[in-house]
Design a protein around this ligand. Sequence first.
Ligand code: SAM
Length: 213
Amino acid sequence: MASEFTKLFDDWSKTYDDTVAGTDPEYREVFAHYEEILQSVADKAEGLILEFGVGTGNLTERILRQGKELIGYEPSGEMRKIAAKKLPGLTLFHGDFLEFPVPERSPDTIVSTYAFHHLTDEDKKVAISRYHGLLSPQGKIVFADTVFANKEAKEKMIQDALEKNYDRLAEDLKTEYYTTIPVLTEFFEEIGFEAEFTRKNDFVWLIEAVKKG
Ligand SMILES: C[S@@+](CC[C@H](N)C(=O)[O-])C[C@H]1O[C@@H](n2cnc3c(N)ncnc32)[C@H](O)[C@@H]1O
């Protein structure tokens, strides 16, 4: 079980918390309102919570601070080390969106921030379908991630990045698997979720998908 992005995140782990604080101009807008975005996901999480792509544990910390029950999964060993050091009581496994040790009880909420775009659209659909089977009745998925209103909006963002000479950001937008709201809406509806999207900055949307009864 290894994400194709594991090496990138092993390398990024030590400076990741500086990046989210806005030190890298290319990524400043991606991480604009980062704390508030994480808080909005934490506030919606309830019951037994599974978190994918824990990273350095910033969302995790907020959820645990609220006294909630959480199991975390993270494919990067270096990221896991940092999260485990920050949060000594955390239940944290080596795992990813698709391959992970399944808990004995049905989870009520599945959360993730800034990570779902690491799956291809095909794999996103497989993951959503798996979570539908796993979640308790009326369970929900609460993600925050970069998504685009449509293909044109994504193309425009790549052009804007190139015009600003934000070459790393442009390359990232071109090569990772950032999807669109219509694609995700179709997956959620087909699989049996009712989904709502709320814009959080120029890149990130809060995605809440509740299992239909
Ligand atoms: C941009 S960081 C986000 C970390 C944290 N969730 C946050 O909001 O700050 C993306 C995280 O997703 C993890 N990741 C990459 N591919 C993944 C996958 N297929 N499944 C789960 N997590 C993955 C990376 O290792 C990294 O820790």
